[in-house]
Ligand binder design. Structure first.
Ligand SMILES: [Zn+2]
Length: 287
């Protein structure tokens, strides 16, 4: 079974604020290149058996993807899509929104993005979310590592801050996205220490040298079993990400550098992320 733990849903026309539009323009990204994100999501995620889907709520950087829109999208393929609620701890009613998503919209996890939300992962408001998630068995997927957005504290996305969260909330199941790039080594140090802290491989394969080195580091620290497969659709797709992980050794050519073992790569692609995160397969949810 392949689980893509990291896919986005949004409609740039209505969900992107001025700050986000400016950041995209500065980095030369044209949202039109993603086409119709919802339609493409339903097609491209078929390369996995199950996909986790979320929007993003981050007033500080202009992301306003309503959870209702994401839940409605997930309802189009409820047998293979799982909805994670995007919660912005900087908004006054964030706990009510979390409860609403969990109770009424069927959220089975939470997406937080401290860098985008300009909030430290150990802020008391975040801790309130963690307590709720522990109580109800909801995993939290964090954006970790850098991003193209500006105007907020890069420090808030440092993997080491999630180490402190894991010490305080040892039962909280956490996923640190993108191996916390470019601090992959720091992320590996964190996920190795805590049984319930994982990382995902999303959005990494297209920086081949960095990706190869991160994968070697994972293997050398024997931590690949703590890594989940993810794509970061629509920035890439499930299928291209599977090919990208399988193709990591292509840059070695005749260099004599050690390859990443196939078992390590397939182990990540086929990892049972649902069991590790305490999630039910969406097809069996109503039992
Ligand atoms: Zn993402």
């Amino acid at each position: 079974m392949i689980v893509d733990v990291h896919t986005h849903f949004f409609r740039p026309e209505s969900d992107f604020g001025p700050a986000l539009r400016a950041d995209l323009a500065r980095c030369g990204v044209d949202p039109a290149a993603w086409g119709h994100v919802g339609e493409r999501h339903l097609v491209t995620t078929r390369d996995a058996d199950v996909a986790v889907v979320f929007g993003l709520q981050a007033q500080a950087t202009g992301w306003n993807i309503p959870n209702d829109a994401v839940a409605a999208h997930v309802a189009k393929a409820p047998e293979r899509l799982l909805f994670f609620a995007a919660i912005d701890p900087a908004q006054p009613e964030f706990m009510a929104e979390l409860e609403r998503c969990h109770r009424d919209l069927g959220a089975v996890g939470v997406k937080l993005a401290p860098l985008y939300q300009n909030i430290h992962p150990r802020d008391p408001r975040c801790c309130e979310i963690y307590r709720y998630c522990v109580r109800h068995g909801l995993p939290v997927l964090f954006h970790a590592g850098t991003s193209f957005v500006g105007g907020t504290m890069l420090d808030y996305s440092r993997p080491v801050h999630f180490d402190a969260v894991a010490v305080e909330f040892p039962e909280l199941r956490m996923v640190l996205a993108h191996l916390g790039h470019p601090w992959e080594g720091e992320t590996i140090a964190v996920i190795r220490r805590h049984p319930h802290v994982f990382a995902d491989l999303s959005a990494l394969y297209y920086r081949p040298w960095q990706f190869y080195n991160s994968m070697r580091l994972l293997v050398e620290y024997h931590t690949e079993h703590k890594v989940l497969f993810g794509s970061d659709f629509p920035f890439t797709t499930t299928g291209s990400s599977i090919d990208g992980v399988r193709g990591v050794n292509a840059i070695l050519a005749q260099s004599g550098l050690p390859p990443i073992p196939t078992e390590a790569l397939e182990g990540i692609i086929q990892r049972d992320a649902l069991a590790l995160l305490g999630l039910k397969h969406p097809a069996n949810r109503r039992d």
